[in-house]
Design a protein around this ligand. Structure first.
Ligand code: ZN
Length: 83
């Protein structure tokens, strides 16, 4: 199945990427404006190197799950720092 978000022009893709990663309402607005569903958003974000942190539910850049010595964590950098 094709992902509606992958078919958007690249300037719109980067807009949504940034918006979803940094704005609490980003996902909601993306769904209502593009017609994409949750799965499409997850896939779109993953394909663009963002992962959802299970602790804070925010999408974070993939590198935030990997620390300096290369260990991969489940939670993002920000959540690990809060502990
Ligand atoms: Zn987090």
């Amino acid at each position: 199945m094709s992902n509606r978000l992958d078919e958007l022009p690249s300037d719109q893709q980067s807009h949504w990427l940034d918006y979803i990663a940094h704005c609490a309402l980003g996902e909601q607005e993306c769904m209502s404006e593009t017609g994409a569903d949750q799965d499409e958003i997850e896939e779109f974000m993953l394909n663009n190197d963002y992962e959802r942190c299970p602790a804070c539910q925010w999408f974070e850049e993939t590198f935030k799950f990997i620390d300096d010595d290369g260990a991969v964590h489940e939670e993002c950098e920000d959540c690990r720092e809060d502990k």
